[in-house]
Design a protein around this ligand. Structure first.
Ligand code: ZN
Length: 132
């Protein structure tokens, strides 16, 4: 069974650190050794692993993504949120993290981020832990 965590975003584009929520799922599932897949079932949001020590890093990533994929362009998608779809594909919709001794294997400065590109919204994240 997959677990679901819920993320309420508050801005149009936003990174939210969900590392502690993912760690809690790994702990609750009693996974000592294995893999943890973190997956976003949305077309205008993503998941990435990056620095969680200095929030300026997340701000810089979002600023550059917003420059590379401008809000206004000759987009065809009638819903008007093509930039969010494009950014979601650039970032990707899942990450897989190794679990050892009951803990996610992340570098000292790494965190798992939910990436909102068309907020604010109520979002879901699926987490599937595999033993072994
Ligand atoms: Zn759309």
């Amino acid at each position: 069974m997959s677990e679901v965590i819920y993320v309420n975003t508050t801005k149009k584009t936003q990174f939210i650190d969900i590392t502690s929520k993912v760690s809690e799922v790994v702990r609750q599932k009693g996974i000592n050794d294995g893999l943890c897949v973190v997956y976003v079932p949305h077309t205008t949001a993503g998941i990435t692993i990056n620095e969680n020590a200095d929030p300026s890093v997340q701000e810089d990533i979002l600023n550059i993504l917003n420059q590379v994929v401008p809000w206004q362009a000759d987009y065809k998608h009638l819903e008007g949120n093509s930039p969010a779809h494009i950014k979601a594909s650039m970032i990707g919709s899942s990450v897989t993290v190794m679990v050892e001794k009951g803990s996610l294997i992340l570098g000292t400065w790494q965190g798992i981020f939910f990436c909102e590109f068309d907020g604010p919204r109520h979002r879901k994240v699926f987490i599937k832990c595999l033993k072994g």
